[in-house]
Design a protein around this ligand. Structure first.
Ligand code: 2AM
Length: 493
């Protein structure tokens, strides 16, 4: 038996409720269910009153209320709750029904569930949802992957509720990404890139404030201006806004100055970093951003260390001080140099994110479409930015582009920015201001463009102490040398 609902949603916390309201607002009839059934009644009698909803109080009634092939989406806590709900749903489902998980799930859990649900005759989709509560209601970025057969059935609905971009505001930020856990993986990389973007913005803030002497009013103006150009993005926009907010809890001055300098994290940045290590790809922006949050969290240790450990003595080296003075002497030029450093570092960060996606896609045979990834992040989500149009164009022009830095637009952008970028990193280093993300980005750029790195010496060291063998530049094969016998006898041994 099946009812006449077009879609079912389980999990009526704010995200789920908002997503259900979004679906209904596009002309679909929606069945809802929540473990704590009062929430169903609250929704039906509250925000959904007079709308095309069916509230249900059991999983069985919920499944029956939806038309076949059923589209049943859950927005519950990631992990065991999702497994529990799948177990409850499957006995009531019919072949071809589609279960969609909209949570921030670890991609291997989705890979496993796709197999489990397909073996039971149904289809399973892990769909990254980004944009927070407001995005869920008005238009999130959606990153679906899993059972490919499901896509034709859910495409229209998911695309109708997604954020829209483009000149006519009609391109949905929702496209099929690939098999298995591809959607969750892309969402995780989105979050990891978000970590990098935020850390880069924070480093720009510290430089402008501490080195450039800009106050919050000045910073507001700078971020307002940056938001008009290449850096235009949601994160630059909200950062601008933050610099305008006064303390709302009784104090004087700006709220941002009253906030403790300790950052937390929920874990997607850590996942991406761990997976980068597993794949052997250098996603240094995300790892650096995760570590920077870790260092920020060691507040008490930092306060103790700040009383003992010295930075550079001011004015001790005239030549170095002159470099810094020249950079910060003209405020407008300094702000522009920091902007260039931020822009170039951001390009490297996205380049690394896509390299990791390529490596994961190859490993899991997902066949990811990288232009689509950029499109999905163009609107609705936290890293939404104009810049992503350029990334989409780059991958549309060459779907197998090895690294974004090799696309002529980005190659030229970094080329134009690099003098300022180097000056900013040098000045920060001379003055003892930490810029871990700016400098790791620059180091990646310099490492990536080196035809020859010092790993020849590294191979020699490994062969010397552990007979790990080495390769040669002039001959194929693995070689080993008796370094101890061949070496020059040290004078004092
Ligand atoms: P609840 O209202 O009954 O707690 C966010 O926590 C959402 O996930 C809520 O709708 C919550 O339901 C749901 N949820 C969490 N764990 C669950 C579980 N094991 N089974 C069903 N729903 C769960």
């Amino acid at each position: 038996m099946s009812g006449d609902c077009d879609f079912g949603l389980i999990g009526l916390a704010v995200m789920g409720e908002n997503l259900a309201l979004n679906v209904e607002s596009r002309g679909y009839k929606v069945a809802v269910y929540n473990r704590t059934t009062e929430k169903v009644d609250d929704l039906i009698n509250g925000r959904a009153a007079g709308k095309d909803f069916v509230g249900t109080h059991s999983i069985e009634d919920f499944v029956k209320a939806v038309r076949r092939p059923r589209k049943l989406m859950m927005l519950v806590k990631a992990g065991p709750a999702v497994d529990a709900i799948i177990e409850q749903l499957l006995p009531h489902c019919d072949p071809g029904d589609i279960i969609i998980d909209g949570g921030n799930e670890y991609y291997l859990n989705t890979e496993r569930r796709v197999k489990q649900v397909e073996e039971a005759g149904m289809l399973y989709v892990g769909c990254g949802v980004s944009g927070g509560e407001e995005g869920a209601l008005k238009g999130p970025s959606l990153m679906p992957g899993g059972s490919k057969e499901a896509w034709p059935h859910i495409k229209d609905l998911l695309q109708s509720i997604a954020a829209k971009v483009g000149p006519n505001n009609d391109i949905p930020c929702c496209e099929w990404l690939g098999n298995g856990g591809a959607g969750n993986y892309v969402k995780m990389v989105h979050n990891g890139i978000e970590y990098g973007d935020m850390q880069l913005i924070c480093e720009a803030y510290q430089l402008l404030h501490e080195l450039g002497g800009l106050d919050n009013d000045d910073l507001y103006e700078v971020f307002e201006k940056w938001n008009q150009g290449d850096l235009q993005s949601y994160l630059i926009e909200i950062t601008r806004d933050i610099f305008s907010v006064k303390d709302d809890q009784g104090g004087d001055g700006y709220l941002v100055d009253k906030i403790l300098d300790v950052a937390g994290a929920k874990g997607t940045g850590k996942w991406m970093s761990q997976l980068a290590l597993d794949l052997g790809v250098p996603s240094t922006l995300v790892t650096t951003a995760v570590f920077a949050r870790g260092l920020s969290a060691q507040k008490e240790a930092r306060v103790r260390a700040s009383e003992k450990l010295n930075g550079p003595a001011s004015g001790s080296n005239q030549e170095m001080t002159a470099i810094v003075k020249q950079l910060i002497g003209n405020r407008e030029a300094f702000v522009e140099a920091v902007k260039q450093a931020l822009y170039a570092s951001k390009i490297v960060s996205y380049a690394q994110g896509f390299v990791q996606l390529q490596a994961a896609s190859e490993e899991h045979d997902w066949g990811l479409n990288y232009g689509n990834c950029a499109l999905l992040w163009r609107g609705g989500c936290i890293i939404r930015a104009q810049f992503l149009d350029r990334i989409k164009e780059a991958f549309d022009a060459d779907p197998n582009l090895e690294n974004l830095l090799l696309n002529s637009f980005f190659e030229n952008a970094v080329e134009d920015a690099q003098e300022s970028w180097r000056a900013v990193v040098a000045a920060a280093s001379i003055m003892g201001i930490p810029v871990p993300a700016f400098s790791t980005a620059l180091n990646y750029y310099d490492g990536y463009r080196m035809a020859r790195l010092p790993a020849n010496l590294l191979q020699a060291q490994r062969d010397y102490f552990g007979a790990h063998t080495y390769q040669r530049v002039d001959k194929e094969g693995a070689f080993h040398s008796e370094w101890l016998q061949l070496r020059k006898e040290p004078a004092h041994s």
